[in-house]
Design a protein around this ligand. Structure first.
Ligand SMILES: [Zn+2]
Length: 421
């Protein structure tokens, strides 16, 4: 039987709200953080040794139902064409049965938890992943996807999404530590009325936005490779008019500005639009956050992502893995290690905050999780550390291949050598 109170000691504790604590202690008290501080002030029951305890990772953008999509055999060197990749993702999806999608959810969910994820935002077909996510030891936001430029296709996906929403009662949400949301897929695939219907629901929303240059061209000129792609699929609608000629119009025009938006990617927002991504002040002000997926971004050879300028302008940039169709693992730790290798000027403290607290904020759960602070849920990841010293202890996490050894959710050690203690 699980103990009500357990005190974990580690070489380093990274509370995120506050500096790293060498030889630190975290008290787990009935599923919550009871205390955090140095071991000299309070002895640990269980010394985990040469490890870091960090808040559980928040994966702010993934698609659990998607599997690996091989690199195009025609791509020899250099980045991959994203529109060609989209064709292959759609082929995979169309070729897969519901059971295959659920099997992928099951595998990918387990991989997320193994990777230290305690909170994830999944985008899924008509709530397909809900049952599995709801019964797993993880906090979640499940966005049902809305898609279709043609009216009949849009009606199909919205009917399916609303049928699912009707089943997700408040009691079920509380029992599952999970909430429902809606995800109009992207401006190039999803008709404006679906965006407006999603915003009218008052649910949290997510969308892929400012993802590729082809999207900008379609919005400005209604032509280009995405139109060719949609025509080939039979998905193009001659009557389609975008909400506006700029991606930011999709989250800021009219009623759309009153919703919470989690924007996947956001690479091609114009600097003149950045101010529109800032959250409204106050706890009830609507929220916009950008979920940046570093390895997916790199795969397609995009223009540099403006995360630094966005952060400087007060925009919340959190992190996602996106799906296995575009990234090799579902580990947020792998994403921050990758980003650190690419851009050593981002501080380790900021990277860890983007990987935890900023994601929790984007999902409106920053008072419950996302940092190691007394009163918050005891959602943690335990990461092995290398046998060396570093003046910046964040580098012990970032400049290492040491794995996540354990994931702790609501005070339960789910896996690894200390499982069940
Ligand atoms: Zn995505």
């Amino acid at each position: 039987m699980r103990r009500d109170t357990l005190t974990l000691q580690a070489r380093f504790v990274f509370p995120v709200e506050g500096p790293p604590i060498e030889d630190g202690v975290v008290v787990l008290d009935k599923g919550r953080i009871g205390w955090v501080g140095p071991a000299r002030e309070r002895a640990g029951d269980l010394d985990l040794g040469n490890v870091a305890i960090v808040p559980g990772f928040v994966n702010a953008h993934t698609h659990l139902e998607l599997d690996h999509v091989d690199i195009d055999s025609g791509t020899t060197a250099g980045p991959e064409d994203e529109v060609a990749w989209l064709r292959r993702v759609i082929d995979q999806r169309r070729g897969g049965s519901e059971q295959m999608l659920k099997d992928a959810v099951s595998r990918n969910l387990a991989a997320c938890i193994e990777a230290g994820t305690t909170f994830l935002a999944d985008t899924t077909t008509a709530g397909l992943s809900w049952d599995q996510v709801a019964s797993a030891p993880v906090r979640a936001m499940v966005f049902a996807e809305l898609i279709g430029l043609k009216r009949y296709r849009g009606l199909q996906t919205s009917d399916a999404a609303w049928n699912w929403l009707a089943t997700v009662t408040r009691e079920k949400q509380i029992a599952a530590c999970a909430k429902p949301g809606l995800s109009p897929h992207a401006p190039y695939s999803t008709s404006p009325w679906l965006y407006h219907r999603a915003a009218a629901s008052r649910l949290p929303l997510s969308t892929h936005l400012a993802e590729m240059p082809e999207e900008l061209r379609l919005l400005e000129r209604r032509d280009g490779p995405l139109r060719d792609f949609l025509e080939d699929l039979g998905a193009w609608d001659d009557d389609w008019e975008p909400i506006g000629s700029r991606p930011a119009d999709y989250i800021r025009k009219g009623e759309l500005r009153n919703a919470d938006w989690l924007v996947a990617h956001g690479t091609y927002f114009d600097p003149s639009e950045f101010w529109q991504l800032r959250p409204e002040a106050g706890p009830n002000g609507h929220r916009v956050a950008v979920a940046f997926c570093p390895r997916t971004h790199a795969r397609f050879g995009h223009a540099p992502h403006p995360y630094r300028t966005l952060l400087e302008k007060g925009v919340i940039v959190c992190l996602g893995t996106d799906s296995l169709a575009s990234t090799p693992t579902l580990s947020v730790l792998d994403e921050i290690r990758f980003l650190h290798r690419r851009d050593g000027s981002l501080s380790g403290e900021l990277l860890l905050t983007m990987a935890t607290l900023f994601g929790a904020w984007a999902l409106r759960a920053e008072t419950a999780t996302g940092s190691i602070r007394p009163g918050k849920s005891a959602d943690l990841a335990v990461i092995g550390l290398p046998d060396r010293d570093d003046p910046d202890p964040h580098r012990l996490i970032l400049e290492s291949d040491e794995p996540v050894l354990a994931t702790v959710f609501e005070g339960d050690i789910l896996n690894g050598p200390w499982k069940g203690l």
